[in-house]
Design a protein around this ligand. Structure first.
Ligand code: NDP
Length: 234
């Protein structure tokens, strides 16, 4: 399948695993990175999802080198965890600007081409925390919950044009983001996960390549957990 995919934040962590899975499946793959490079076989473009001009420039480069983006995976994300009482407005707005507004910017830029092609796959990387909530994560949870409304509105607006929009909600995945948690906190989280373990980034990537495939053409507006059962009951 030689469609063109863009993965934001494809230089490390889950985004890098997603980009690798698409390369292995035969797609043309571009990744955005603020630093470093995407995996072998990808086109790396510099972009910051908080800056529309840099996103536009990245798309222009991808369109010239790989053709219009048909599949977009909005994966770039940050945390600024702290208790509500101590959370500054800057902590809140920085996280929302990257995780939610950043996804909006990236997806909106792709939508024109998708409408023209009458085909598109929008995949937003949320988190179990989006619907579960997280103490010390009001900013992050709000930004990740917002992605559900974004995907569902895109589904209603563009669903009749061959475009699907879905949310993938990972639980705890072994990346720099979770490595940064103290060991005691990691053990406490692990004890709450029915699967009894964190997942590898590749386990998230496999769900995402499936969502991008023709087999998932009738799946839209869904929130797909990849969390070992942690968030059951959402
Ligand atoms: P990492 O911290 O390992 O990587 C984050 C990625 O986002 C990096 O590629 C980073 O690029 C990119 N990024 C951050 N800010 C920006 C920005 N302003 N513009 C462009 N790129 C940016 O995170 P993970 O791989 O763990 O997480 C990936 C996604 O999965 C995130 O959205 C996260 O919220 C979500 N997630 C992760 C979970 C986990 O357990 N790890 C669980 C649930 C969801 P750079 O290196 O250049 O800064």
């Amino acid at each position: 399948m030689s469609r063109t995919v863009l993965v934001t934040g494809g230089n490390r962590g889950i985004g890098r695993a997603i980009a690798t899975a698409f390369v292995d499946a035969g797609y043309r793959v571009a990744v955005t990175a603020r630093s470093g490079e995407g995996p072998e076989g990808t086109l790396t473009v510099r972009a910051d999802v908080t800056d529309s001009a840099s996103i536009d420039a990245a798309y222009t480069q991808i369109e010239a080198e790989l053709g219009p983006v048909e599949i977009v995976v909005a994966n770039a994300g940050i945390t600024r965890d702290t208790l509500l009482m101590r959370m500054s407005e800057q902590d809140f707005s920085d996280v929302v600007d990257t995780n939610l507004t950043g996804s909006f910017r990236v997806v909106q830029r792709a939508s024109k081409g998708m409408l023209r092609a009458k085909f598109g796959r929008v995949i937003l990387v949320s988190s179990v925390i989006g619907l579960f909530g997280g103490a010390g994560q009001a900013n992050y949870a709000a930004s990740k919950a917002g992605l559900v409304g974004l995907a569902r509105s895109i589904t209603r607006e563009l669903g009749s044009r061959g475009i699907t929009a879905n949310v993938v909600a990972p639980g705890f995945i072994e990346t720099d983001m979770t490595d940064a948690l103290p060991e005691a906190q990691q053990a406490q989280y692990r004890s709450q996960i029915p699967a009894g373990r964190f997942a590898s980034p590749e386990e998230v990537a496999k769900v995402i390549t499936w969502l991008a495939s023709d087999d998932a053409a009738y799946v839209s507006g869904a929130v797909i957990p990849v969390d070992g059962g942690l968030g059951m009951g959402h």
